[in-house]
Design a protein around this ligand. Sequence first.
Ligand SMILES: Cc1cc2nc3c(=O)[nH]c(=O)nc-3n(C[C@H](O)[C@H](O)[C@H](O)COP(=O)(O)OP(=O)(O)OC[C@H]3O[C@@H](n4cnc5c(N)ncnc54)[C@H](O)[C@@H]3O)c2cc1C
Length: 385
Amino acid sequence: MKYELDNIEVRDAITKLCNGFSSEYWQNCDREKKYPSEFVSELTEQGYLATLIPEQYGGSGLSLSVAAIILEEIHRSGGNAGACHAQMYTMGTLLRHGSTEQKRKYLPKIASGDLRLQAFGVTEPNSGTDTLALNTSAKLMENCYLINGQKIWTSRAEHSDLLLLLARTTPKNEAKNKTDGLSVFLVDIRNFINKSLKIRKISTMMNHSTTELFFDDMKVPIENLIGEEGSGFKYILSGMNAERILISAECIGDAKWFIEKASKYACERKVFGRPIGKNQGVQFPIARAYAQMRSAELTLKHAINLYEKGNDVGEEANLSKLLCADASWAAAEACIQTFGGFGFAEEYDVERKYREARLYQVAPISTNLILSYLSEHVLDMPRSY
Ligand SMILES: Cc1cc2nc3c(=O)[nH]c(=O)nc-3n(C[C@H](O)[C@H](O)[C@H](O)COP(=O)(O)OP(=O)(O)OC[C@H]3O[C@@H](n4cnc5c(N)ncnc54)[C@H](O)[C@@H]3O)c2cc1C
């Protein structure tokens, strides 16, 4: 497979597309807590959200590196891919574990934009970091699974037709292994909304369209089970390296945006009759953030390279997520400090991007849990939880 992380054409095309969505557009979405439908439609129409869908199903059949470029460039241009990135990172579960029939039924419509696959329901109020503690149950009936329970932080559920749902098909105390007994379903939200599925918005510090879901005897047809019953945790885990890589790319995009903004402002803003960027106290945090971003970016490229060669990239995907999220946060700090008071004014976008960048220290996996992974799986220290 061709290593395409330096695909300039895709970078330029995404930059051009993003240039059609101004600062005011993103500020307005943020202020009104509005889903950026126009932006997502444009990406869909130009085929970018079908990047990972094979050509035989109407997608472009491109690699993870192209998906990473797309997400990075959206963030680098000042936008936010949180409104649509799930279609990239949940895709692997359907591609790898879905049946041919499921792929034929759903993928062409997802590729054309007739169906949106933007919602991913794993987290529950009592199971965030500890996924295996989830309680939402799926009970096999004659021709369907009866789903009961609750999810939290299910982002974009109101803007998605399909939900990839992880639920328990075998009670925890009856499962052979603790990782058994969970199953993945592709739920057509439209069939259940405001009936056996209720959605409640959660208001957050940034515009993220996230929600709580309540299932009350929701009858999901048997044919919507993905892969084998009971193997769902394995399927979700297998997609997590790709998810971490893609989120890392967004962090690199954010870091580049903050660094560019900060260095430009440092040259333009005059205090005591000279640009603030003449002061090393202003320069150095930006230069340090740049160094941090470049090294994180190299780790990310390395992870993508290995991923595309088919290697197990557990260590590299986790390292990327850790370093890239830290790099974007360091750049955010340097940028808001460089802007002084103006960093807090909406019109400069810095405070919005600052709020958005903070999420990646916590989700989709928190920094602590990555450090636990490295401690246990790479450094062979005892499991800490
Ligand atoms: C805006 C937003 C959007 C999200 N979107 C989705 C989505 O679309 N779908 C979805 O399924 N989930 C989503 N999530 C959920 C996200 O994946 C979880 O918030 C995340 O996994 C952490 O879980 P938690 O919030 O329950 O934290 P908790 O598990 O309660 O942890 C709280 C803190 O304790 C720390 N901690 C816990 N256990 C340990 C330990 N053993 N060692 C060290 N530290 C520990 C954690 O690192 C964390 O900092 C979203 C979250 C947010 C905030």
